[in-house]
Design a protein around this ligand. Structure first.
Ligand code: DQA
Length: 151
């Protein structure tokens, strides 16, 4: 069966490129997704993308991923990182492995951004490497899936 990867972006990440470029850079979400599609092609995996500004829709998407047999999720939960027990429970409930990514270094920013409801149940966390973080997380996800498939 083909490997399925899902990349989820939370609230306000649809504004990438226009939103606080000093913090988040000038890449649009579309350009990030097309870079990831190139990687998906290179490694012969299926990649899907989802962005929502609504917490419930993000939770539903994780449930859908479970039903679809998605192997791995890369997620930038945006501000829901710091607030969403519902998203945490979705990952705990479905047991889909995931990497949490942040464009900015959340530990250099306001204290309320230092708390994540996901980090301790994620395979890993990338924070502060700009939009390159998505590609690094994507590659790490592929490596991880290959490892578990070879077990
Ligand atoms: C973010 C960091 C969050 O604190 C913030 O709410 C975001 C983006 C990041 O990618 O750096 O929306 O997840």
């Amino acid at each position: 069966m083909a490997t399925k990867l899902l990349v989820i972006n939370g609230p306000n990440l649809n504004l990438l490129g226009e939103r606080e470029p000093g913090i988040y850079g000038t890449d649009s979400l579309k350009s990030i997704e097309s870079r990831l599609l190139e990687l998906a092609k290179e490694f012969s995996v299926n990649a899907e993308f989802f962005q929502s500004n609504n917490e419930g829709d993000l939770v539903e998407r994780v449930h859908q991923a479970f039903r679809d047999g998605v192997n791995f999720i890369v997620i930038n939960p945006g501000a829901y990182t710091h607030t969403s027990i519902a998203l945490r429970d979705a990952f705990l409930g479905t047991k889909i492995p995931f990497i949490e990514i942040h464009i900015s270094n959340v530990y250099k920013r306001e204290e309320f951004r230092h708390k994540s409801y996901l980090s301790d149940i994620a395979l890993g966390v990338i924070s502060g490497l700009g939009t390159l973080g998505y590609e690094l997380a994507f590659k790490a996800a592929i490596t991880e899936i290959q490892k578990t498939k070879n077990l």
